[in-house]
Design a protein around this ligand. Structure first.
Ligand code: C5P
Length: 201
């Protein structure tokens, strides 16, 4: 059986770590779909129009060094609200999900729009305070000059935009299992998720 795992949720909830761990545990390929929106947003900061940037995105764009900055995250969330941008990026994501060996995709609309037939779906959340602290530490560790307050404000602004947009808003699929990682260390979250995937497959 080809296994597809869909992982959605707000920024810094632990989707990335969980996705990589599940991919390793079950021998699946992993696609961080946020990177595609970040690369598109990154190109708009250079002056390319958003729809044009999405339609002409290349593998090289996904390798840009500065995709993890707060500015690029904000630009990603702005372009992600444009229906034509999302439409231009759907095929690539669905083709990835159909890979021979199975795949884990993480983002905001994987369980609802990109892979509605995924065998296993998670919606990963954590409190605003926990998410902001995690992202703050990541950014400081990678040399960014940020404050906790600014990181929290950025996350809230981005989540609000991602949830309120008309096109593929962030929300749990009806058949998604919600995993709140606020009080869990990541090892416990991974163990819980591996157990759930094993039970469902
Ligand atoms: O996951 P990450 O924080 O890297 O995503 C950056 C932005 O890309 C999100 O805030 C969201 O606006 C957008 N995104 C999306 N749909 C996805 C993945 C990301 O709209 N599947």
């Amino acid at each position: 059986m080809r296994l597809t795992i869909a992982i959605d949720g707000p920024a810094a909830a632990g989707k990335g770590t969980l996705s990589r761990a599940l991919a390793a545990a079950f021998g699946l390929a992993h696609l961080d779909t946020g990177l595609i929106y970040r690369a598109t947003g990154r190109r708009t900061l250079d002056g390319t129009a958003a729809i044009e940037a999405a339609r002409t995105l290349t593998a090289t764009d996904l390798e840009a060094a500065d995709l993890r900055t707060p500015e690029v995250a904000r630009a990603a969330s702005v372009v992600a609200a444009i229906p034509e941008v999302r439409a231009a990026l759907v095929d690539f994501q669905r083709a990835f999900a159909r890979r021979q060996g199975g795949a884990v995709l993480d983002g905001r609309d994987i369980g609802t729009i990109i892979c509605p037939d995924a065998e296993v779906k998670f919606f990963v959340t954590a409190s605003d305070a926990v998410r902001a602290e995690r992202r703050y530490r990541e950014l400081v560790a990678t040399g960014h000059d940020v404050t906790r307050e600014a990181v929290l404000a950025d996350l809230r602004e981005r989540d609000a935009r991602d949830s309120a947009r008309a096109s593929a808003p962030m929300k749990p699929a009806e058949d998604a299992v919600t995993l709140d990682t606020s009080g869990m260390d990541i090892g416990a979250a991974v163990a819980a998720a591996v157990q759930m995937v094993t039970e469902k497959t």
